[in-house]
Design a protein around this ligand. Structure first.
Ligand SMILES: [Zn+2]
Length: 144
């Protein structure tokens, strides 16, 4: 008699009824899985996003503690800052801090790292604030 190979489940129990943990779904899931078939993929996608966000926050924290040396100039935060400057033009550090909801010294860390690589140019307003503008030089690839 030919035995059909079935999916091997790592779940400790089979057939237990659980309802989908996706916000507002509540469908009964198969084999004790935490999400129904409609949501298991979305959950994977959300997990990925959460990991990216966690990495962004971890970098922000490193920059908060160690300044510009901790900046990954090709990382997501640096790219977002450059994109923002491209789209909106010159900004003061204080304004960027408000727009990114980060402390001024964290923004300064990113700006210093990007300025030292020529990705942004900094200047001063008559009131002494640092103004950041995009230099148009993209961080396309890592320097040696
Ligand atoms: Zn669901």
């Amino acid at each position: 008699m030919r035995q059909r190979t079935t999916e091997i489940e790592r779940s400790p129990y089979n057939g237990g009824t659980k309802s989908c943990a996706w916000n507002g779904c509540g469908k009964t899931t198969r084999e004790g899985k935490p999400f129904c078939s409609d949501h298991v993929e979305q959950h994977g996608y959300v997990q990925e996003i959460l990991e990216i966000l966690a990495e962004k926050e971890a970098e922000e924290e490193r920059v908060r503690q160690h300044g510009s040396d901790a900046v990954d100039p090709e990382g997501l935060n640096a790219r977002e800052l450059l994109l923002h400057l491209d789209q909106h033009g010159s900004r003061t550090i204080e304004r960027l801090a408000r727009e990114f909801q980060l402390e001024s010294h964290v923004i300064s860390g990113y700006v210093e790292a990007l300025a030292s690589r020529g990705h942004v140019v900094t200047g001063r307003t008559t009131r002494g604030s640092v103004v950041v503008q995009p230099s148009g030089h993209r961080p396309a690839h890592r320097a040696g």
